[in-house]
Design a binder for this molecule. Structure first.
Ligand code: LMR
Length: 327
């Protein structure tokens, strides 16, 4: 009898303590860019906020520079539960949804504030759910900036790009964009771009000032055209399974920390769009080409027909909603 009482007491004790002694929830956050970038800074800020507010309950491990997974693998890793957060560029979701391809359409958004305005509309917010049926949930959008063209020879008018090989992200819209100027698009992972440029396996690429600077592309590209021809941003994404399995209070705190980290990352993005361009100019390693209105107009005319080609996939209403944000 005494044995039974002590066994029962022990059982009651064990049932009452597991929460206190439970191992902290681990969030692995994998990304491909350098630490000193909008996404790198956002991820580190998120870790700091979560570990301060949920000390002992949640730990965040950040893996930058494609240390753990490249962008083309990270979405599969999320689904398998090998990582819990990632923020691939919007161009890398093509296998999961067609609607996010809207962000790749060349010359669609005039600037980042137009992108912000569009993302805040109902149509924009709905895009966070575009991959949900495939088990991936968008938790927020983050900016990097407007893309520029870099190459081994000067790109002033579209004809200059003809016959050149450009690395692109895994997006058919971006492929069509380069085909529209008779160039040859090459889908390659971000982690390979520097070597491809250095060895001249490709002639050019498109990216933001921040990525061109932090990954040293400017050291192996003699010319950068300030084209602002497209937008580069990210969807912070988790698996629906991981997200719905979190206790409500923890999920709420994590979401709040993420929103604050994204706001911080967007601020970093604004600063880097100016600061990293200046750093590249100051380095004297690449020449920056500023286009005249007429030259830029020629790029617009050459690339804009791409919209029509993808209108069916993306949806005309969504494109119209994005265009309305330019006003
Ligand atoms: C690229 O592949 O060029 C970018 O998506 C990298 C990044 O995450 O900014």
């Amino acid at each position: 009898m005494r044995f039974l009482v002590s066994a029962l007491t022990m059982l009651v004790f064990l049932l009452s303590v597991p929460a206190a002694n439970a191992a902290p929830i681990k969030i692995k956050f994998s990304h491909v860019v350098a630490v000193n970038t909008p996404k790198g800074q956002m991820a580190d800020k998120f870790k700091a906020l979560v570990e301060e507010r949920l000390a002992g309950k949640v730990v965040v491990e950040v893996f930058p520079n494609a240390q753990l997974f490249g962008d083309n693998k990270v979405l599969e890793a999320l689904a398998l539960g090998d990582v819990q957060l990632a923020a691939p560029s919007l161009s890398k979701f093509q296998k999961y949804t067609k609607s996010l391809q809207i962000f790749d359409l060349p010359f669609l958004f005039n600037d980042i504030s137009a992108v912000d305005k569009f993302m805040a509309t109902d149509a924009g917010k709905k895009l966070l759910h575009a991959t949900e049926k495939k088990g991936l949930l968008g938790l927020g959008f983050l900016h990097n900036g407007m893309k520029q063209l870099s190459a081994s020879s000067p790109l002033t008018v579209p004809e200059d790009a003809a016959g050149m090989k450009f690395r692109i992200m895994t997006s058919d819209v971006l492929a069509a964009q380069f085909q529209a100027v008779k160039a040859s698009p090459q889908k390659k992972p971000f982690s390979e771009v520097f070597t491809l440029l250095q060895t001249k396996a490709i002639d050019g690429q498109e990216n933001t000032w921040s990525n061109i600077f932090s990954k040293k592309f400017f050291e192996v590209q003699e010319h950068i055209t300030h084209s602002d021809h497209g937008y580069l941003g990210y969807m912070v994404v988790t698996s629906t399974e991981f997200w719905s399995g979190l206790p409500d209070d923890i999920r709420g705190e994590v979401q709040k920390a993420l929103a604050e980290a994204i706001a911080f990352g967007n601020q970093v993005a604004n600063e880097k769009a100016v600061g990293d361009k200046k750093a590249i100019m100051d380095s004297g390693r690449s020449k920056i080409i500023e286009l005249s209105a007429d030259q830029r107009g020629q790029w617009v005319d050459a690339m804009k027909p791409v919209w029509k080609k993808f209108e069916g996939d993306i949806g005309k209403d969504l494109i119209d909603a994005a265009l309305a944000a330019n006003k």
